[in-house]
Design a binder for this molecule. Structure first.
Ligand SMILES: Cc1cc2nc3c(=O)[nH]c(=O)nc-3n(C[C@H](O)[C@H](O)[C@H](O)COP(=O)(O)OP(=O)(O)OC[C@H]3O[C@@H](n4cnc5c(N)ncnc54)[C@H](O)[C@@H]3O)c2cc1C
Length: 478
């Protein structure tokens, strides 16, 4: 529900519609590619107020609110920010989002709230994403953040996976007074927001501060615990737990299924990003060393993960970093903002190019990638034109290192080890989109393990919706 009915505010909408954005400021390229620190220069209070004052307060339903998967009350937040009422604005975001300091940084705003801003018709959209991050950072620095804990219900919920879906579910459940234990396979929390998204887009301390809020509220996280083979969901339900939420993501890198994929020097995106971006103590022992990038790196894929790999390779000292993509730039699924930053930092793009073989040099390591030219054919089911190989167009690209960032699959383990939990042929869990209810009573699921690879915000919303349904379920089994 919108808090401040914008249509009644006495503002000069025409002047606001003509106003120019302060735009996101980034550190100079030469400086930022030498480290893994955040590339964005944060807004000052003055700039934040100036930018928020560009909002024309569209009448309900405001397009930005509709476009936000969490339905954040962005117009009300903008109204409060322009008056310098930052803490009240932060409280608005926290009503509908469990991770606003993270979504404010990593949401593809140009496809969501900013993409729907009515300013797009005439000038640049209001920078709603950076403003969300600004006010929630401001709140944290000034007051700290605490999650209000409900009266103890005597009920205990197990959450599998400490990614955005699991964390959001936990944040909502403790507010209802339920005891929450998260079982996490990795040595650290956050899922892909820690182990996938690089530090230069999302500093790890932002994630860890939010984890600390949850721990202060009583959420227990048990690390290095892979639920499935040894401890099953049935074991949890037969033991201390009254309900289970499954938020295990879709974390398995899809193979390219081309010869030479297992050569030294060919990496899967997640391994490459983890070894390049994550502190050693948060990594499984076998991954505690930097990938060897050499002089030239090729990254295969067209999504955000490919942009992250390109930018990570540049920061690791590669001199030449090239993205190989089988369609054209127009069909690339990744966000334009990240791609623009990658280009600015020196990444090159070779379109209509499909690798078909990785070739070893005399030392047994990757030396070349055999590729084939593509042309665009008829549209596929999603309307994207299909890439079609051009006969006899094979050519060689020299490379010391290749990173495959083609797609992610779910891990089928939970489905295989949980009787009567319905999954599809890929291992995605069937769950109700509004409640997260699965085919097993008392077992709920949400996030990438239900939708396939998606976004932080959609996983977070799924975790919150499931928490509401779990709360009702727990009341029903009293
Ligand atoms: C490189 C990369 C960059 C991305 N960039 C962006 C971006 O800029 N913006 C954006 O919105 N989204 C981005 N995403 C997508 C986003 O990170 C995911 O959609 C989101 O993290 C999904 O949340 P989740 O909780 O469903 O799963 P995950 O984040 O995948 O978390 C699942 C957790 O479950 C754990 N787990 C798995 N199996 C088990 C098990 N059996 N037992 C116990 N624990 C288990 C995993 O270790 C993990 O911690 C990116 C993804 C990647 C890979």
């Amino acid at each position: 529900m919108r808090k401040i009915p914008g249509e009644f505010l006495a503002i000069d909408r025409k002047a606001r519609a003509r106003s120019f954005s302060t735009d996101v400021q980034t550190r100079p390229v030469a400086e930022r590619i030498c480290d893994f620190n955040d590339v964005v220069i944060y807004l000052t209070p003055e700039l934040a107020m100036q930018e928020a004052a560009r909002c024309v307060q569209c009448p309900d339903p405001a397009p930005c609110m509709l476009a936000c998967p969490a339905h954040n009350d962005i117009p009300s937040a903008m109204w409060l920010i322009e008056q310098g009422r930052f803490l009240e604005a932060a409280a608005i975001y926290r009503q509908t989002s469990s991770l606003p300091e993270i979504c404010g940084r990593v949401c593809p705003h140009e496809q969501l709230c900013q993409g729907s801003c009515s300013h797009n018709k005439a000038t640049a959209p209001v920078m709603t994403g950076p403003l969300e991050a600004f006010v929630t950072d401001y709140e944290r620095q000034l007051l700290g953040v605490s999650i209000p804990v409900g009266q103890p219900s005597g009920k205990h919920v197990a959450i599998i996976g400490a990614g955005p879906a699991g964390l959001a579910c936990a944040e909502q459940l403790v507010q209802q007074g339920h005891q929450v234990t998260i079982f996490e396979a990795k040595p650290g929390p956050g899922g892909m927001i820690t182990y996938g998204i690089p530090n230069f887009k999302l500093p790890k301390e932002v994630v860890f501060e939010r984890i600390h809020d949850l721990e202060k509220a009583g959420v227990k996280i048990v690390y290095n615990t892979y639920v499935g083979p040894e401890m099953t969901i049935d074991d949890l339900l037969e033991g201390d737990f009254d309900a289970v939420f499954v938020g295990v993501g879709a974390q398995i890198d899809a193979p390219m299924e081309v010869p030479g994929e297992d050569l030294p020097g060919v990496y899967k995106a997640t391994e490459f990003l983890m070894r390049g971006n994550v502190d050693l103590e948060l990594l499984p022992p076998e991954l505690r060393s930097l990938p060897e990038v050499g002089r030239k790196v090729v990254v295969i894929g067209g999504g955000d993960t490919a942009s992250d790999c390109l930018r990570t390779a540049l920061r690791m000292g590669a001199e030449e970093v090239v993205c190989l993509y089988r369609r054209t730039e127009k069909e690339m699924p990744g966000g334009r903002h990240d791609r623009d930053l990658a280009k600015e930092e020196g990444a090159q793009y070779q379109f209509l190019t499909q690798p078909i073989r990785f070739i070893a040099g005399p030392d047994g390591r990757l030396a070349q990638v055999e590729c084939i030219r593509m042309v665009l054919g008829e549209p596929d089911a999603k309307g994207r034109r299909r890439p079609v190989p051009v006969e006899n167009s094979n050519f060689i690209v020299e490379a010391d290192c290749a990173v495959t960032a083609v797609s992610y699959w779910p891990d089928p383990t939970i489905g295989k080890t949980t009787p009567d939990l319905k999954t599809d042929k890929w291992g995605l869990i069937y769950a109700d989109t509004e409640t997260g209810a699965t085919s097993r009573p008392g077992v709920y699921a949400g996030g990438d393990d239900v939708t396939g690879p998606s976004l932080v915000v959609t996983a977070m919303v799924a975790g919150r919706k499931a928490a509401a349904a779990i709360d009702q379920y727990l009341a029903s089994i009293e």
